[in-house]
Design a protein around this ligand. Structure first.
Ligand code: NAI
Length: 506
């Protein structure tokens, strides 16, 4: 499908944060852009904002002045809907309100030509519902940019029930032409990103509530072991707790209060306290000048009482950690066994979703120390561990000493099911697998959306394949058993033999 030709004008309605950014993207791609806002002077201010942003690029020598002048010439603030008649594509980025958006779209049908595509940048409303009262709902499509639109690569192209394939395909091709990474999704609550990302915030909020570790420690584990660019607490402080809590609540209610999306009382309290994050000066962290910045809890350096690592059986995902320890000069002996590591008094194993104490009892192995998942054990700088209540102090010492030998900072967290990164990744993969089953989007589009929209180090389904679908299924089953909650029920596709054996990318 061909993208919208550059000679065709694009109209953007709403010149706020998103509308101005979208206008810039369209103008950068060579379109003439008609920018409209109901607030007096807002469209002109939007254009001036774009000029200010890009002038910085010119001043740094990254953009010729002539290119900026030409781009600004292409953006024309207008005052009335009638002036949008010539546009071949109208993108609305006005207030997030169903009735107001509906009445704007109905008015647009009276102004635009029959083949004009109408696009909505809504992040939470149903494209199907927005189009329900249109004479031609087949020409309405979601074109969901991320903030800031000029910098964020992802565009979710959302198909409502009536959206024609031709319209969705044209917008997909146009977004790609504009330098974006488009993905296609059906009009379901949260689309891809705002749905699949919920566990990233929710599981850490739960771990905090359960006093597993403090915010700074959990953030450091997610960043330094999980490979995520930001931890969940610093990220929600940046997003704003009012916004993040509202998205969670809206997705929770839209899915008929499915416990998977249950909002957090911890976050609700922050909102009630007005601690909205960076924008209010305080959220989980305090942003006042000179305020104390908490450090992650890290086990002090301890000395090893052993010099040989015994690898019992296939270490599975821990194999790169074994190699790293070998590279650090440790003697490694391999022998048969259930996939555990022994060092001094410590018996180390990757978490399978059970608490260490419970697993130590089940496996008659008192000195069990569980290791968390790392995105890449070869390069991680931190790892979380949890010790069984039965474990001796010497066993904990030896486990920490072993990991410190590899140069890892060790965060010992309270013994909760699934540790931190494993629990986060398993629940992300679970949500992604359900989105695949429900036909929301393809496997590759879901992974692309999570990488391009949120900078995840890896798509959750690719990650699931690498860990092994059956391992992820096991972690979720153990979480479900530990909590007795439906929240952790494993998605059908993680049970399905086809995927369990061959993976999502077979
Ligand atoms: P904003 O409040 O910064 O801007 C909205 C603009 O629309 C305002 O300038 C307002 O005067 C104007 N407006 C409101 N009603 C109008 C009407 N009937 N006709 C013309 N102009 C009208 O809001 P923002 O953040 O730019 O969001 C706009 C849309 O984009 C919403 O649907 C929002 O859900 C969606 N969105 C927002 C993201 C964000 O991170 N802010 C990310 C992705 C989507």
């Amino acid at each position: 499908m061909q993208p919208l030709a550059t000679e065709i004008a694009v109209a953007v309605i709403g010149a706020g944060a998103m509308g101005s950014g979208i206008a810039q993207v369209a103008a950068q791609a060579g379109h003439r852009v008609l920018l409209l806002d109901q607030r007096e002077g807002a469209a002109r201010a939007g254009r001036e904002g774009i000029a200010r942003q890009l002038q910085r690029r010119v001043d740094k020598g990254k953009m010729p002045q002539a290119a900026l002048d030409a781009l600004l010439d292409r953006i024309q603030p207008v005052n009335t809907l009638d002036e949008l008649a010539e546009a071949g594509l109208v993108i609305e980025a006005i207030v997030e309100n169903l009735d107001i958006k509906r009445s704007l779209l109905t008015e647009l049908e009276g102004v635009c030509t029959a083949d004009t595509i109408l696009a909505t940048n809504t992040s939470s409303l149903s494209v199907t519902a927005l189009g329900a009262h249109l004479a031609h709902p087949e020409r309405l499509v979601g074109m969901h940019f991320f903030n800031p639109a000029p910098l964020m690569a992802l565009v979710e192209v959302i198909k409502g029930l009536a959206t024609s394939d031709q319209v969705a395909d044209c917008i997909y091709a146009t977004a790609a032409q504009w330098g974006k990474k488009p993905v296609t999704a059906t009009s379901t609550p949260g689309f891809i990103v705002n749905r699949v990302a919920r566990p990233f915030y929710a599981e850490s909020l739960r771990l905090l509530q359960e006093q597993t570790a403090d915010c700074a420690t959990l953030d450091a584990i997610v960043r330094e072991a999980g490979g995520f660019r930001m931890g969940p607490f610093e990220l929600t402080d940046l997003i704003g707790h009012d916004v993040n809590y509202a998205v969670t609540s809206s997705v929770f209610n839209a899915y008929y209060q499915d416990p998977r999306f249950l909002p957090s009382l911890v976050q609700q309290e922050l909102v009630e306290a007005g601690r909205l994050g960076r924008k209010s000066g305080r959220g989980f962290y305090d942003y006042a000048d000179g305020a104390h910045q908490p450090e992650p809890a890290t086990v002090a350096t301890v000395s090893a009482t052993a010099d040989t690592l015994i690898v019992e059986g296939d270490p599975g995902p821990l194999a790169p950690l074994v190699n790293r320890l070998r590279d650090c000069g440790l003697t490694v002996i391999e022998r048969d066994g259930p996939g555990r590591l022994r060092f001094g008094d410590a018996v180390l194993a990757l978490t399978d979703g059970r608490m260490a104490t419970e697993r130590a009892a089940a496996e008659a192995c008192a000195n069990l120390i569980l290791l968390d998942l790392a995105f890449d054990y070869a390069s991680a700088s931190r790892l979380a561990v949890a010790a069984a209540a039965q474990a001796s102090a010497q066993a904990v010492n030896d486990a920490c000493a072993l990991l410190q030998t590899a140069g890892l900072a060790v965060s010992q967290v309270a013994d909760r099911p699934g540790l931190v990164v494993m629990r986060t990744v398993a629940t992300l993969a679970n949500e992604a697998a359900d989105a695949v089953l429900h036909g929301v989007a393809s496997v590759s589009d879901i992974d692309l959306a999570m990488k391009a929209g949120l900078n995840y180090p890896q798509g959750p389904l690719r990650w699931c394949d690498q860990l092994g679908t059956s391992r992820v299924h096991q972690v979720l089953t153990h979480l479900q058993q530990s909590y007795g909650e439906d929240r952790y029920r494993p998605a059908l596709l993680l049970r399905n033999n086809h995927f369990a054996e061959r993976g999502f990318y077979s």
